[in-house]
Design a protein around this ligand. Structure first.
Ligand SMILES: NC(=O)C1=CN([C@@H]2O[C@H](COP(=O)(O)OP(=O)(O)OC[C@H]3O[C@@H](n4cnc5c(N)ncnc54)[C@H](OP(=O)(O)O)[C@@H]3O)[C@@H](O)[C@H]2O)C=CC1
Ligand SMILES: CC(C)(CO)C(=O)C(=O)O
Length: 327
């Protein structure tokens, strides 16, 4: 074992994948997970695959547990719960490892602030995970897109592994806003019931993504927020690229991202499993910002409405078409 003792707080898709790669690279990692994940790992270990054909197997089921004792004694905690569970997880960290370094691998722009408020003695860092991880089976996590983890700069051990790079940045808040713009597409993917790759091949879907992102970009501009690049192109160009004819879009997209046929947004997975989604941390943030500045964000509001309806119905993705969403 090398380096700090690491605990994954909320081992689902991101926690099992990122923590599993760290364990596989020789780090001392414990996972705090739900019983279904503990049972699956106890039976088969963790299986990790990616879009480039890499495969790893972590045969250490005893590191995965349901008790928050998994956090005790950790030097570093990777917070990997959905945004709605950050407050509860912060309380567990405060009770078990209040001085550990804490890295939030979550989407949204508010989680690091919530953790800071609950853990005043801790070194809290926001990080941005650009890639998609889907649960392919009970203990099988598949990374379906490319990208490296960006983490707020400061003293940090080397966390990079052969297939996953961690890079420190000085502008993490701007990066998180840039990622939030991309994550607005999570709802569209969740409502469509389509693999992301299939959806990106359709100009009608891309136009919807573009219109929603352009609406959010206008609100951010009014609020004086400059989102940073999280892909090869600046955020303000992305709507234009999305609106291009499909053959042109395909050529440009191939230089921005590698994506395989398994990719689906984490929000799609939430609907499928009947869980609460992160809609309030994503579209909700844009709508609240619009409100504060006396503006409207109707397409983001429509998306939030439809996702909330799907949450209440509890039947997974409603499988809507672009014109049904726009209506
Ligand atoms: N999946 C992806 O591709 C990406 C996700 N992200 C972000 O990463 C974060 C995590 O997402 P993801 O990994 O997909 O989410 P998951 O829902 O797959 O994983 C979170 C896990 O934490 C569990 N959990 C919550 N509270 C506790 C607790 N107190 N004790 C033990 N386990 C707990 C959840 O269980 P339960 O569901 O039963 O509550 C769930 O299994 C989110 O903010 C997401 O937006 C960022 C980039 C990509
Ligand atoms: C798919 C991806 C990488 C971007 O929307 C994501 O962040 C998610 O699924 O939550």
């Amino acid at each position: 074992m090398t380096g700090p003792r690491i605990a994954v707080a909320g081992a689902g898709s991101i926690g099992c994948y990122v923590g599993g790669l760290l364990a596989s690279a020789g780090h001392d990692v414990r996972f705090l997970a739900r019983p279904r994940v503990v049972t699956a790992c106890a039976q088969a270990g963790l299986s990790l695959t990616d879009y480039a054909g890499h495969a790893e197997h972590v045969a250490a089921p005893c590191m995965v547990e349901t008790s928050a004792d998994a956090l005790t004694g950790a030097d570093m905690i990777l917070v990997c719960v959905k945004s709605g569970d950050t407050g509860a997880m912060a309380a567990e960290i405060a009770a078990h490892a209040p001085e550990a370094q804490v890295i939030s691998l979550q989407n949204g722009v508010e989680n690091a602030g919530l953790l800071r408020a609950a853990l005043p003695a801790a070194d809290i860092r926001a990080a941005m995970v650009p890639f998609n991880v889907v649960a392919e089976g009970p203990a099988h996590y598949h990374r379906a897109t490319s990208g490296e983890i960006l983490v707020e700069a400061g003293p940090l051990p080397d966390m990079s592994t052969p297939t996953l790079t961690w890079r420190q940045v000085n502008n993490i808040e701007a990066v998180q806003w840039g990622k939030l713009l991309i994550n607005l597409g999570n709802a569209i993917n969740a409502l469509s019931d389509l693999p992301l790759l299939t959806q990106l091949q359709s100009r009608a879907w891309r136009r919807l993504m573009a219109d929603q992102m352009a609406e959010a970009l206008r609100i951010l501009a009014v609020a004086g927020i400059s989102p940073a690049k999280t892909t090869a192109v600046p955020p303000k160009l992305i709507p234009h690229i999305l609106r291009l004819p499909t053959p042109v879009f395909r050529r440009i997209a191939a230089q921005m991202l590698t994506i395989d046929a398994h990719a689906r947004s984490s929000m799609w997975e939430d609907l499928k499993r009947g869980r609460r989604t992160e809609i309030d941390a994503l579209q909700g943030t844009i709508i609240a910002l619009a409100d504060r500045h006396g503006r409207q964000a109707p397409l983001n509001a429509r998306m939030r409405h439809l996702i909330r309806e799907a949450e209440v119905a509890g039947e997974g993705s409603p499988g809507l078409k672009p014109d049904q969403i726009r209506r």
